[in-house]
Design a protein around this ligand. Structure first.
Ligand code: THU
Length: 136
């Protein structure tokens, strides 16, 4: 694996250690690599009002966007599970807002499933659908 991808996996793994998941106890870490070569990470942050929970992927993308980064090369999603886990539907939609990029799903046993945003969310809703509107 390329060094930058090893770094990306490490960043996601480290973020998972900071997971605030007292309810599910399911730790997730995500890290995005921008086209400019920077890495931003995020973890899942739960809430006593369960529905307010935010996933690691959305936190990582929001951190990058907050720093002015909108173009992504790849994302790693790390879970402390035997098999790699796949991003939830909300995160797939959130990722697709920023186009198609590589997604590596990594488990603590070392398994890696490589996919893409487009493969995770074919036919997703996007700005093109809004432009198609006849309402305004
Ligand atoms: N979770 C993520 O962080 N990413 C996903 O794509 C799926 C689920 C989190 C949310 C919640 O804190 C825990 O995992 C269990 O659903």
């Amino acid at each position: 694996m390329e060094t930058i991808y090893e770094e990306l996996v490490e960043a996601a793994k480290n973020a998972a250690q900071n997971s605030y998941s007292p309810y599910s106890k399911f730790r997730v870490g995500a890290a995005v690599l921008t086209k400019t070569g920077k890495i931003y990470r995020g973890t899942n942050v739960e809430n006593a009002s369960y529905g307010l929970t935010i996933c690691a992927e959305r936190v990582a993308i929001s951190a990058a966007v907050s720093d002015g980064e909108r173009e992504f090369e790849a994302m790693v999603v790390y879970t402390g599970t035997e098999q790699p886990s796949t991003p939830c539907g909300a995160c797939r939609q959130f990722m697709a807002e920023f186009g198609d990029f590589k997604v590596l799903l990594v488990s603590s046993s070392g398994q890696i499933h490589e996919t893409t945003v487009l493969e995770l969310l074919p036919m997703g809703f996007s700005a093109k659908d809004l432009r198609n509107s006849s309402n305004g």
